[in-house]
Write a protein that binds this ligand. Structure first.
Ligand SMILES: C[S@@+](CC[C@H](N)C(=O)[O-])C[C@H]1O[C@@H](n2cnc3c(N)ncnc32)[C@H](O)[C@@H]1O
Length: 276
């Protein structure tokens, strides 16, 4: 499915409506996983005590909180009012604002670092987000972001997406969307960051492990706590959704370790610098 300028508005509405509904469920199902790469991403961006940090697409505020824990001075931003409300409730006394990653409500050169945890894959115009990160960074600052690694067998996204592909109905109607795993490819990261002006662009892998007490929690996370995957699952006929759930459960059971299920869900972390 190609994504063009006429698709921007419907995709933005789809994402916004999705996150307004999924904020709490994402927090419950995904928060303990995505938080695992928050400090590694902040380290890549050279965030230290006293750094002024903007955490874009903050969700419930995990990266903002991680930055605060190392003495930085963070602000979290998200376009979803439900997410901003949840972030303020989860991390009281921390600053969160509502705004769009592609049109940041901040002055030029206001931050030492801009970071974005698992947000680039949700933006219709990620080039604009990179340009905005550049604009609000002071010379010498860094823009770092995380995305989910491309799906692989026996890993979180690989298990669920393969089950949907094999057992789901494919002719469901969803808004056209940009490629979900685009920025897991280091060449795509360079292709977006270097023309914006960022230098020393690099990408590294980061291991993350999803730990669950029930084998159905992986299916539930995708079924309730996401936007695109949730819409894909909710558009399936009941019988197909049940079959997908069974297949995911069986795969997750293979990953049992003692009384928990440990599912690898690696991330890909990228950084670029605005030279002084
Ligand atoms: C997968 S969640 C990531 C949340 C959190 N940063 C984390 O590391 O788990 C994606 C977040 O991006 C936000 N988002 C999507 N499009 C956005 C946009 N255009 N501007 C700002 N935030 C956006 C959503 O509201 C959601 O909170």
């Amino acid at each position: 499915m190609t994504f063009s300028s006429k698709d921007i508005e419907p995709f933005t509405a789809f994402e916004w409506n999705g996150w307004e509904k999924a904020a709490e469920a994402y927090h419950d199902h995904w928060g303990a996983l995505s938080t695992q790469s928050a400090l590694p991403m902040l380290r890549l961006a050279k965030v230290k005590h006293g750094s002024k940090v903007l955490d874009v697409a903050t969700g419930a505020g995990y990266v903002t909180a991680a930055a605060k824990s190392i003495g930085a001075v963070p602000i979290g931003l998200d376009f979803s009012s439900a997410q901003v409300e949840l972030a303020r409730k989860t991390y009281p006394g921390t600053e969160f604002v509502q705004g769009d990653a592609q049109e940041l409500p901040f002055d030029d050169q206001a931050f030492d670092a801009v970071v974005m945890g698992f947000g680039m894959n949700h933006l219709p115009e990620p080039e604009k987000a990179a340009q905005e990160a550049w604009r609000v960074l002071r010379p010498g600052g860094a823009f770092a972001f995380s995305v989910w690694a491309a799906p692989a067998e026996g890993e979180g996204f690989g298990i669920v997406l393969a089950a949907i592909e094999k057992h789901g109905v494919s002719d469901i109607k969803l808004p056209a969307a940009p490629p979900y795993f685009r920025f897991a490819d280091p060449a795509e990261v360079k292709a977006i960051l270097e023309p914006t002006g960022f230098t020393r662009v690099s990408t590294v892998g980061a291991a993350q492990t999803w730990r669950h007490s029930s084998p159905d929690q992986v299916f539930d996370a995708f079924n309730k706590g996401a936007v695109r995957a949730t819409a894909m699952l909710n558009s399936q006929p009941e019988s197909a959704r049940e079959r997908i759930k069974e297949v995911v459960r069986a795969e997750v059971c293979e990953l049992a370790q003692g009384d928990e299920y440990q599912i690898p869900v690696p991330a890909s972390l990228s950084v670029g610098f605005k030279e002084s």
